[in-house]
Design a protein around this ligand. Structure first.
Ligand SMILES: NC(=O)c1ccc[n+]([C@@H]2O[C@H](COP(=O)([O-])OP(=O)(O)OC[C@H]3O[C@@H](n4cnc5c(N)ncnc54)[C@H](OP(=O)(O)O)[C@@H]3O)[C@@H](O)[C@H]2O)c1
Length: 336
């Protein structure tokens, strides 16, 4: 079968199309004929080599999120899976391929009305959005800032916060044009990446930045869901209200600086909290339940599906170039 492997860590050109034997499903696993592959920000981190300390090696087939039809099951595995159209988490890799295996606890049937491509924009990100907000103890009426909102995790977090009764949902993004999409899914305020200036549509059709005007953004937030992390986390901590909670669900620009602890203690009298959140800590049964609910909602048009572009699997290098260039709004999908 055709697959894409990381030949050498570094830039997108380190990805290469290879021929491999189809993977054999083990006990409790299924094999899927893949129709759609979600390209996540984490795939780019793995490809770059920056996660090699976590055991990722050159030669790996990246990709952890696929959808398609189950064509085989492993020993001692329920054969009724065969023929079902499913979404699946493939683990730490194996997704950029014509066929992939997954444990049945990480496989969710697709409802009628949800495409394979649509499901790979939601399957991983929706769970992070849902449980990330829960980890932040988000309650209706609270104000929420989503940092790095234009990715698939951010878009769904914005939507769920708005649906969950947030009093305001502000987002950071690089342009007013991206802000328009984010307003459609529930953002009430669109800020630049610093979180300080508002991207507002210009009446002449262009974009301008302003810090004031009608509908000025809240001066502080109860909850910040942060997909970006990196050196600016202390500055965003300063935007929390008393008892505010900042939850890092991603680290696109790396870990927060060592001064994070100093920034927290400097705000001691505001009782602020900083936390990380990984969906790995959610029990598999809970992840499955939420995924199935979100898939049903998406099939009914109640959850946004934002597919930036669908590209052939052969174009994995191009997909990663687009990711690296910051062009991707929502999810880029590879099609074998
Ligand atoms: N918690 C979990 O269980 C879990 C699970 C899967 C993945 N993740 C993590 O989630 C992250 C990827 O999430 P994603 O796929 O939704 O994101 P993404 O699509 O890679 O990026 C989200 C947005 O962040 C903004 N951004 C990019 N570079 C930036 C920079 N240098 N400074 C500020 N903003 C920047 C961009 O929007 P603008 O250009 O509009 O600003 C981009 O669209 C990774 O860190 C991954 O490890 C976490």
């Amino acid at each position: 079968m055709k697959a894409v492997a990381i030949k050498t860590f570094g830039g997108p050109e380190g990805l290469s199309v290879v021929e491999l034997p189809a993977p054999e499903p083990g006990s409790g696993q299924v094999r899927i004929a893949v129709e759609a592959i979600g390209v996540g920000g984490v795939d780019a981190l793995i490809r770059s080599g920056s996660l090699s300390a976590w055991g990722f090696r050159e030669g790996l087939v990246p990709g952890s999120e696929v959808a398609g039809t189950v064509v085989a099951v492993g020993p001692d595995t329920d054969r009724t899976w065969i023929g079902q159209r499913v979404w699946a988490f493939t683990g730490l890799g194996g997704g950029y391929a014509e066929q992939a295996t997954a444990a049945v606890e990480d496989v969710v049937p697709l409802p009628p009305g949800l495409s394979a491509a649509g499901s790979v924009t939601l399957g991983s990100s929706g769970v992070v959005a849902h449980f990330g907000l829960a980890h932040a103890h988000f309650r209706p009426g609270e104000s929420v800032l989503v940092r790095g909102a234009a990715g698939s995790i951010g878009i769904l977090t914005v939507h769920l916060a708005a649906q969950g009764g947030a009093s305001a949902v502000a987002v950071t993004t690089s342009s007013a044009e991206r802000g328009e999409l984010l307003r459609k899914v529930g953002a009430t305020h669109v800020l630049d990446r610093s979180g300080r200036a508002t991207h507002a549509p210009d009446r002449s059709g262009g974009a301008r930045s302003t810090t004031s005007g009608a509908g000025a953004a809240p001066s502080a937030y109860d909850v910040i869901i942060d997909v970006v992390a990196g050196p600016d986390v202390p500055s965003f901590l300063g935007m929390l209200r008393p008892n505010g909670r900042l939850v890092a669900v991603g680290a696109i620009t790396g870990p927060p600086p060592a001064e994070l602890g100093t920034a927290l203690m400097a705000n001691f009298r505001k009782s602020l909290s900083f936390a990380t959140f990984s969906a790995d800590t959610v029990p598999p049964a809970d992840r499955r339940t939420v995924r199935a609910e979100q898939f049903a909602a998406a099939a009914d048009g109640q959850l946004p599906i934002v597919i930036h572009e669908q590209l052939p699997l052969d174009d994995a290098v191009l997909a990663h170039r687009k990711l690296q260039a910051g062009e991707v709004l929502g999810r880029i999908v590879l099609v074998p």
